[in-house]
Design a protein around this ligand. Structure first.
Ligand code: ADP
Ligand code: MG
Length: 370
C-alpha cells in the first residue's frame, strides 16, 4: 500500500485564476500539511478539490491506493466516498441545531447507539461536555471552532481538511488555540491539510508546508526549512521571514524572554506564555550590522558572527551570517562597502528584542525533536 497523497490538478475560473497545483504528502504518519499563500492564491480551491466539492478540469488526486480523481478515465469520487473531514473557514454550523445536533449531522447512516457513542467521544476529546444542548450563538468563538472540528472528526475520517481554522477567532484566542490545535491534530492521528495565510500558524502547526502563489505550488518542505531557505525570490517575498531557528526558553523576566539557540542567548519580548520549545523568527530587514567594537545601539541583542555569503537582491544585499546559528540580514549596498562585508569578515548583528518573534511549538506527545 502506498502511504502518500498525490495531487496534480488544473482548475480554472475563466477571466480569473488558473490553478495548476501539484504536490504530494506522506499520510502514513499523522502529518500536518500547510497550504500557505496570500489571499486569492487558490488555497481554498485546492482544498475543495481534495474534498470533492470542486472538480478540477484535468488531473489526478490519489490517496493511498485509492484514486479520487482521474479526469482522463472519468473517475470522480463524490465527497461522501472519500472519508474526509472538512471544516470550512466560517465553520458552517447550523444555527438552529444544538451542539449535539451539529455533531450528529453526517452520522445518520449509523445506528442510534453508535451515533450517541461517537458524539460523546468527540465531545470529550474536544472538551465540549456541558454544551450539548446549546446553540452555536450561545458559544464562544473558540467553542464554535471546536464544535466544527468535532463534527469534522466524528466520522473518523482518513483525512482532515481545515480551511483557515483559526481565522474567525480574535487574536489572543487564536494564538492560544493554535498550540492546542497542533496537539489535537497529533492526538487524533489523522493526516491533515490546513490552509493558512499566517506564517506564525504555519510554523506552529505544520510538519510540511506548500507555498502557493497564483495557483501554483512554489515550494514544499518543512516549514522551518521553507522559511529559512526559500527556493527563490518569489517564495522569499511570500514567506517574508528569513531566519527561523529552534530554541529553548531559559528565562522569562520583566517582559523579556531569554532563549537559548545553539548555545547563543537571544532576547525577545515575551508578551505571552510560550512553553519551553519555540521557533525563533527574525526578519532579515530587522537585523542591523555593525563592525566589531561599535555596539552603540539600544538593541538588546548583539551577536558576534562571521559573514558566510553576500548576495545582492535588487537595491538591497542579503548577507548570510554565522553567529552560532545561521542568521540573514538585508542591508543597503553602501553598508556592504562601508562595513567591508565579504565572506569571512567579522560583524556584529544587532537585533531589538521586539524584532525577535517566538512561535511556541507543542506536540501532543511532548516537546518536538530538533
Ligand atoms: P484563497 O483561498 O487562497 O484565498 P481561493 O481558492 O478562494 O483563494 O480563490 C482563488 C481565486 O479563484 C480567486 O481569485 C477567486 O476569484 C477565484 N475563485 C474561487 N472560487 C471561485 C468561483 N466559485 N467562481 C469564480 N472564481 C472563483
Ligand atoms: Mg481561502
Amino acid at each position: 500500500m502506498t502511504s502518500e497523497m498525490i495531487v496534480n490538478i488544473t482548475k480554472s475560473f475563466p477571466g480569473r485564476l488558473t490553478i495548476n497545483a501539484s504536490f504530494r504528502m506522506t499520510v502514513e504518519l499523522p502529518t500536518v500539511l500547510i497550504l500557505f499563500g496570500p489571499s486569492g492564491s487558490g488555497k481554498t480551491t485546492i482544498l475543495r478539490c481534495l474534498a470533492g466539492l470542486e472538480w478540477p478540469e484535468q488531473g489526478t488526486v490519489r490517496f493511498r491506493d485509492d484514486t479520487w480523481v482521474e479526469t482522463q478515465s472519468g473517475i470522480r469520487l463524490p465527497p461522501q466516498r472519500r472519508r474526509i473531514g472538512f471544516m470550512s473557514q466560517d465553520y458552517a454550523l447550523f444555527p438552529t441545531h444544538s451542539v449535539e445536533g451539529n455533531i450528529e449531522y453526517g452520522l445518520s447512516d449509523l445506528g442510534i447507539s453508535e451515533r450517541r457513542r461517537r458524539v460523546a467521544e468527540v465531545m470529550a476529546l474536544l472538551q465540549l461536555q456541558g454544551t450539548e444542548r446549546l446553540k452555536p450563538n450561545q458559544l464562544s468563538g473558540g467553542q464554535q471552532q471546536r464544535v466544527a472540528l468535532a463534527r469534522a472528526v466524528a466520522r473518523r475520517p482518513q483525512l482532515l481538511l481545515l480551511d483557515e481554522p483559526l481565522s474567525a477567532l480574535d487574536a489572543p484566542t487564536r494564538s492560544k488555540l493554535c498550540g492546542e490545535l497542533r496537539s489535537l491534530l497529533k492526538q487524533l492521528a489523522i493526516p491533515s491539510v490546513v490552509v493558512t495565510h499566517d506564517w506564525a500558524e504555519a510554523l506552529a502547526l505544520g510538519d510540511q508546508m506548500a507555498v502557493i502563489n497564483e495557483g501554483r505550488v512554489l515550494q514544499v518542505g518543512a516549514p522551518q526549512e521553507v522559511f529559512s531557505r526559500p527556493l527563490n525570490a518569489e517564495v522569499a517575498c511570500i514567506v517574508g521571514v528569513e531566519t527561523v531557528v529552534q530554541g529553548r526558553v531559559v528565562e522569562s523576566f520583566g517582559g523579556l524572554v531569554t532563549v537559548d539557540v545553539a548555545g547563543i542567548k537571544v532576547t525577545a519580548l515575551g508578551a505571552e506564555e510560550t512553553g519551553p520549545d519555540v521557533f525563533v523568527c527574525i526578519r532579515a530587514e530587522d537585523v542591523v550590522l555593525e563592525t566589531l567594537g561599535v555596539g552603540a545601539t539600544s538593541a538588546r541583542n548583539h551577536l558576534a558572527g562571521t559573514v558566510c555569503e553576500v548576495h545582492p537582491t535588487g537595491a538591497l544585499v542579503c548577507v548570510e551570517i554565522d553567529c552560532g546559528f545561521p542568521l540573514s540580514a538585508t542591508v543597503t549596498r553602501s553598508a556592504v562597502e562601508d562595513l567591508h562585508l565579504s565572506p569571512g569578515a567579522s560583524v556584529v548583528a544587532a537585533i531589538k528584542a521586539g524584532a525577535v518573534h517566538l512561535i511556541p511549538r507543542r506536540d501532543g506527545t511532548g516537546p518536538v525533536a530538533p
